[in-house]
Every structure is written in C-alpha cells, then in structure tokens.
Design a protein around this ligand. Sequence first.
Ligand SMILES: Nc1nc2c(c(=O)[nH]1)N[C@H]1C(S)=C(S)[C@@H](COP(=O)(O)O)O[C@H]1N2
Ligand SMILES: [Mo]
Length: 196
Amino acid sequence: MSPGFQGRPRSAEPALPPGQYLTEDFPVLSAGPTPKVPLETWEFVITTENGDERRWSWAELMALPQETAEVDLHCVTRWSKLHTSWQGISLDTLLDGLDTDAHFALAHSYGGYTTNLPLDDLRGGRAWVAHTYDGAPLHPEHGGPARLLVPHLYLWKSAKWVRGIKLRTMDQPGFWETAGYHDYGDPWREQRYQGD
Ligand SMILES: Nc1nc2c(c(=O)[nH]1)N[C@H]1C(S)=C(S)[C@@H](COP(=O)(O)O)O[C@H]1N2
Ligand SMILES: [Mo]
C-alpha cells in the first residue's frame, strides 16, 4: 500500500469529534437579540465566592498581555470550524493570584445569557476573553466587543458579550444546561445532553 493510494492521505484528514461535520463559514447562534455594549461603559468583572471583585474597563483589559489563539470550534448543532484565529486575554492572566477556593465558574453576559464550567477549565492556557477574530474586531453577532472562548468544550460554553464570571463553591447550571444540555460538554466524548 503506498501512501496516497486512495487519494488524500489519512494524515491530512481533519480531526473532527464524533458526529461533527466541517463548515467553512461561521454560523451565528444566539438565543436572543444582539446586545449593544458601548466600549465606554463596558466592563468585565470576576467575582469570588466571598463577593470580592476584580473589575476591568475596556482600556484596562486592552492594556493586559494579549495572546493569539488558533483553535478549532465545535458547536453542539454539529458544525465544526477548524483553525480559527483569535486574539484576547488569557483567563490565566485574569485569574492570576486570585484568592479563591471555588471549583466552579458561572459566566454571564450582557443580555442575560449564562453558562457554567469547572474553574479549572478556564486555566492552563485553554480559555480567553477574546476581542479580535481573524485580525478584526469581533463582530457583534459573534459576541463583540468580547466573548469567552473555551474551545475545548462545545461552543455554547463560549459566552458571547461576556460581562463577568462568578466563582462558586457549588456548581450552578447556566442557560442551556438548565434546558437539558450537558453540564460539561466535551465534544470528544460527545457530551451533548444530560446523561451523555
Ligand atoms: N451571550 C450568548 N452567548 C452565546 C450564545 C447565546 O445565545 N448568547 N449562544 C451559544 C451557542 S449555543 C453557540 S453554538 C455559540 C455560537 O457562537 P457564534 O454565534 O459566534 O457562532 O455561542 C454561544 N454563546
Ligand atoms: Mo450552540
């Protein structure tokens, strides 16, 4: 058997989680209208389980170290988009030195959307507050001015128009999790719905 005998060599096939298909465009999935968030009043707040707050204005956030991330996106509605390019601030930077015993995080957005995830999943270079997509300011439909980007979980965990993160000792389900979607949402284990 020579490599490439059947055309495209296997190693060049994109790695997709089970049940996903590849898309080249960037679908918009929003549960409600796109909120208008002026940068002058925009802020991002991390609240610990004790009620302590860390708060950043837009200018303060942009003054933090910026990272570039090239990541694959996996939506629970079965589309995946590979090699997307983002810029933003690592959650490692935002959580650095924070005094907390919490194990859970509840992200909340302008407009009211929420989603929960283990605090550990926001650490380790795996999560960003992203404001730039493909070299341009993130389009409002996709979550601009800034969205959470947690690409190792299904995309509903990447809260658009993110406004803050509440650290919690108890796990509290968010919008889709309350509606029956999986608490964790690992695309590689196909954790779409509760019980998966
Ligand atoms: N604030 C907010 N964030 C959200 C959503 C939403 O409705 N509101 N939808 C989620 C879902 S289900 C998906 S698949 C992705 C879609 O992101 P996109 O519209 O940029 O493709 O955003 C997630 N983040
Ligand atoms: Mo979704």
